[in-house]
Design a protein around this ligand. Structure first.
Ligand code: SF4
Length: 120
């Protein structure tokens, strides 16, 4: 049996959670969460951790050289570095509008990289 200690980030309360797993990696118990969201968070974090990604993308022909962007949904943690490589290679022509898709389905994750600001 192994255990993993986490701090729940699903709300500001930050409950300390312990996830217990058997020798095959199956989750046998989650404790320390104050509500069901903590249980869901802890199980996902242990089995397939994901993160939202925020960054900037180059802009051509605009008033500014970069535009802030984010992933439309969380992407697997192990793909964050490769996603940043793709974002660093990308560019978008001005004008840019909030919600413009800069990279569709980045790395086949189903998440789009979208602009989060306007650039004239
Ligand atoms: S377990 Fe519930 S109450 Fe505790 S930090 Fe997570 S979401 Fe908040």
């Amino acid at each position: 049996m192994t255990e993993r200690k986490l701090i729940c980030v699903a709300c500001p309360r930050g409950c300390p959670i312990t996830v217990y797993m058997d020798d095959s990696g199956e989750i046998t118990k989650v404790e320390g969460n104050t509500c069901p969201r903590g249980d869901t968070y802890a199980r996902a974090e242990v089995t397939h951790p994901e993160r939202s990604l925020t960054s900037t993308v180059k802009v051509t022909g605009g008033k500014h050289y970069v535009v802030p962007c984010k992933s439309s949904t969380a992407i697997p943690k192990e793909l964050l570095f490769d996603a940043m490589v793709e974002i660093n290679k990308a560019s978008i022509a001005a004008p840019v509008h909030i919600g413009d898709v800069i990279i569709k389905d980045i790395l086949g994750t189903g998440a789009d990289i979208v602009a989060t600001n306007e650039i004239d």
